[in-house]
Design a protein around this ligand. Structure first.
Ligand SMILES: *[C@@H]1O[C@H](CO)[C@@H](O)[C@H](O)[C@H]1NC(C)=O
Ligand SMILES: *[C@@H]1O[C@H](CO)[C@@H](O)[C@H](O)[C@H]1NC(C)=O
Ligand SMILES: *[C@@H]1O[C@H](CO)[C@@H](O)[C@H](O)[C@H]1NC(C)=O
Ligand SMILES: *[C@@H]1O[C@H](CO)[C@@H](O)[C@H](O)[C@H]1NC(C)=O
Ligand SMILES: *[C@@H]1O[C@H](CO)[C@@H](O)[C@H](O)[C@H]1NC(C)=O
Ligand SMILES: *[C@@H]1O[C@H](CO)[C@@H](O)[C@H](O)[C@H]1NC(C)=O
Length: 781
């Protein structure tokens, strides 16, 4: 078996290759926090380094890092957005496993072949172990940036560029944790820093760019976009190379015209149908994509002399499976096992009512005879066959096989949380926006940049603040550690709670993308889904014992935990930023409040009993609003705040208080505290001296204008002058006397001053201190 050469054999030995590539400047616009944009120019410099590749005959990959879409998603989309329902996973995992399949995806077979465990999803913070790699793929991901067209059609906001950002963050933080800590958790759960250059980097992405294009343009136009799209993929490979990646395994895209989905939605005319009944022209589109991809991969071999790139022809494997369906023991190659297309599309595992009749997206009785699982994704048995075809290298360029390694995992015992008494809450579960985000948005879309975090943590820690947030002071007051973000899979510890808040979150899902408007896709309904999933899976995972017992909360902690909320501000600004009038904004507030109310009820249904609900702040006092929305002098109050916006905030708060009153009636066992954060915030702005502040409205960290705030530059923003980067979004000298940190968020000093006002209960209804929030009082009846 001469062609059975392991791919590392082709690696050139490279004793001391100097990487002095031109500095890659990645310029991207991330809109974040509360609908404010910032221009972030990130640069990576690489010092000369030695290649860390081992002996050429040593082919054991210590880890796999994968990038892709649902073809290789092992739970990313499911963790972040909504758990995939049964019967997904039925054949192999016997429960939904985050895969769009009844069993294993091709990546799983690759991992098995390399004797590595299945690759855990980076976004899955529960029980995932990254010692042997991480999977950044999410269902619906595209290579291109996500914009309206594709987002509206249900594609994932986690495009390839975001997956790269996540990888960078994962790597940087892993390196950091290895330097700092010697805890067994770090060692058993994260890859060793040296593994990054020895790992296999696999990519399987592009199909959704084709899907999106086929919906919105002609096939010819779509083909015209491929040079750009394949260049983006190549750019990602180069970025990974700059970070030390050397071995790449790149899948091309499958015969999209043979998906039952395509045949149903684009029924081909006779002359456009191939011998298998597939849409011929769509397969030609896929082949054109693959032709360009293969070209780009060849080019990359020249550009990245020290890399080993294998281009894998998944198309041919899948197409030959479809062509030989009968011979290989499959039924109709265009049939599918799960879901219902007909007049009404019902997703696999879902139900819908059509004219009074229930239509169910059920599975067939024998998935093993179907090539397509759900009309879009291949079944376990099809994936198995395809994987078998590609593993031996006969469909690869160059024709080399994936190799084996045999390694095993071990987890160590750790401490278990001590028992705590009832009103000393054992855990806090928080829901909200940037006012209480402790790293959620950062984990998904890229770390908040310096100087965020400078006053306390001395580095960015996912908070849009120079230091701690109100929720941090709340945790401190109970002697609990700061809350880990649910979406943060690196080093998180959820024994004492989890934070589902992300910057830019709203109560109602928005109809715009993060890139367009700055609002997070993780709206409160999504946070609820995440919590629901967390509740269940944290327990099944915890039962495995070992380290999980000291990373996940106990079952009984869910009913004795404090549930905190700080969300709504972005729902209000969202309307104004869409140029709505105040009366239009007011008109949708009842709907917003109703959705909020439902989530509290759902959590109660899961056993939650103690709720601590912040009302919304005077957003008319914040630079990002004052700077952006037109105001007349008569609309400005003595403190310099915008009267109409603060009125709307109070209108919302009035409604929120009503909702709390109703909830107390509907949820008889709950203790619900409504906390008037508005008054605490307005107090420090209108009476700064009394609270020790010198500046109230201007941003401490920012650049220019009346409020030292520029929407396009932002805190930490840099510009390029004569090729040199200059920091112009600078922080003020003493943030401790500034109320506002970055034009959108309060400073740590302000957060502490707000916390000090609310902790004692004088701004609460009922007026009881935070530490008594587990007690129902007469005010509740
Ligand atoms: C549902 O009922 C409406 C009105 O009777 C009819 O026009 C439509 O075709 C029906 N849809 C299906 C899927 O039967
Ligand atoms: C991996 O795949 C190759 C080629 O198909 C095969 O020869 C080998 O036995 C497989 N190894 C494992 C561990 O499955
Ligand atoms: C988004 O659009 C849907 C459908 O038009 C609408 O029902 C919903 O209210 C919109 N959401 C927001 C936040 O505007
Ligand atoms: C988790 O969900 C499964 C089914 O989806 C159920 O059987 C199990 O009891 C749940 N576990 C917990 C701890 O809620
Ligand atoms: C997680 O945090 C708790 C305290 O909140 C601690 O007892 C436990 O040891 C931590 N777990 C790990 C693995 O560090
Ligand atoms: C709102 O109005 C401004 C000024 O007229 C305009 O530039 C902007 O595009 C509008 N925004 C939206 C979302 O319509």
């Amino acid at each position: 078996m001469a062609w059975f050469r392991p791919i590392c054999v082709t690696m050139r030995s490279s004793a001391s290759l100097l990487l002095r590539k031109p500095v890659q400047a990645l310029t991207m616009i991330i809109f974040f926090a509360i609908a404010f944009s910032m221009l972030s120019t990130m640069r990576r410099r690489f010092s000369p380094r030695k290649s860390t590749l081992g002996d050429p005959s040593d082919c054991n990959f210590p880890a796999i890092f994968n990038f892709g879409d649902s073809n290789s998603d092992t739970g990313g989309k499911s963790a972040a957005f909504h758990r995939l329902p049964s019967p997904n996973g039925d054949t192999f995992f016997h429960k939904p496993s985050g895969r769009y399949c009844d069993g294993k995806v091709i990546l799983d077979f690759i991992a098995e072949n390399l004797s590595l465990p299945y690759v855990g999803a980076y976004l899955d913070s529960i029980g995932a172990n990254f010692r042997r790699g991480a999977n950044f793929a999410t269902g619906g991901s595209t290579i291109q940036h996500v914009d309206t067209k594709i987002f509206g059609a249900g594609f994932s906001p986690i495009s390839l560029e975001i997956q790269l950002l996540q990888f960078k963050q994962f790597k940087a933080r892993t390196d950091e944790l290895f330097k700092e800590a010697t805890s067994s958790y770090v060692k058993t759960s994260l890859p060793r820093p040296e593994d990054f250059s020895k790992a296999l980097y696999s990519l399987d992405i592009g199909q959704n760019d084709l899907h999106a294009g086929l919906k919105s343009m002609t096939e010819e136009q779509l083909k015209g976009s491929f040079p750009d799209i394949t260049s983006m993929l190549a750019w990602t490979v180069k970025e990974l190379y700059q970070l030390g990646a050397r071995t790449f395994w790149i899948h091309n895209t499958g015969p999209i015209g043979c998906l039952p989905y395509s045949v149903i939605h684009f029924p081909p005319k006779r002359e456009n149908m191939d011998k298998n009944g597939c849409v011929k022209s769509q397969n030609e589109v896929a082949m054109e994509f693959n032709r360009l991809l293969k070209q780009r991969v060849s080019q990359l071999r020249v550009e990245l002399p020290d890399a080993v790139l294998t281009y894998v022809d998944i198309y041919s494997a899948k197409y030959s499976l479809i062509s030989q369906a009968k011979k290989l023991g499959f039924g109709d190659p265009l049939g599918y096992c799960c879901g219902h297309y007909g007049d009404h599309y019902v997703q696999c595992g879902k139900k819908a009512t059509v004219n009074g009749t229930e239509v169910v997206g059920n599975a067939c009785s024998d998935p093993s005879v179907y090539i397509s699982w759900d009309g879009v994704h291949y079944s376990h048995s099809a994936n198995k066959w395809v994987a078998h075809q590609i593993l031996d290298g006969s469909l690869s360029d160059p024709p080399i096989s994936i190799t084996q390694a045999s390694l095993s995992l071990s987890l160590s015992q750790s401490l278990v949380l001590a028992k705590t008494s009832p009103c000393k809450f054992p855990a806090i579960f928080n829901f909200g926006d940037s006012n209480s985000d402790t790293g959620g948005l950062s984990a998904v879309f890229g770390q908040a940049r310096p100087p965020h975090g400078e006053s306390y943590f001395r580095r960015p820690v996912g908070r849009y603040c120079d230091g701690r947030l109100i929720v941090d002071f709340i945790a401190e007051s109970f002697g609990l550690q700061y809350l880990s973000a649910y979406l943060d899979s690196v080093g998180s510890n959820f024994t004492h709670g989890a934070n589902f808040a992300t910057a830019g979150s709203t109560i109602r899902p928005q109809n715009t993308t993060l890139r367009q408007s700055g609002f997070s896709p993780i709206s409160l309904d999504v946070q609820w889904n995440e919590f629901y999933d967390f509740h269940n899976r944290s327990q099944t995972t915890r039962q495995k014992g070992g380290v999980f017992r000291s990373l996940l909360p106990k079952a009984e902690d869910f009913s004795s935990a404090l549930y905190t909320f700080d969300i709504g501000q972005n729902d209000l600004t969202a309307g104004y930023f869409l140029n709505m009038t105040t009366s239009e904004v007011r008109a949708y507030i009842p709907d917003v409040l109703n959705q909020f109310k439902n989530v509290v009820k759902y959590i109660y249904g899961q056993g939650g009993r103690y709720f601590w609900i912040h009302n919304t702040g005077p957003f008319g006092c914040l630079p990002y609003v004052l700077d952006r929305l037109p105001l007349t002098p008569a609309q400005i109050d003595k403190a310099g705040c915008a009267i109409p916006f603060n009125e709307v905030a109070r209108f919302f708060n009035y409604g929120l208080k009503e909702v709390v009153v109703q909830l107390r009636k509907e949820l008889p066992l709950a203790a619900i505290t409504y906390v008037d954060v508005y008054s605490a915030k307005y107090a420090i702005i209108s009476q700064p001296k009394k609270h020790g502040f010198k500046e109230t409205l201007r941003a401490c960290c920012g650049h220019g204008g009346k409020y030292n705030y520029n929407r396009n530059i932002g805190c930490g923003g840099k510009i390029k002058v004569h090729g040199k980067e200059i920091l112009i979004g600078k922080p003020c000298n003493d943030p401790s006397v500034w109320v506002n940190w970055d034009g959108v968020h309060y400073s740590q000093a302000a957060n502490k001053a707000i916390f000090d006002q609310i902790v004692g209960g004088s701004l609460s209804d009922p007026p009881i201190p935070l530490e008594m929030a587990c007690h129902r009082t007469k005010a509740h009846s």
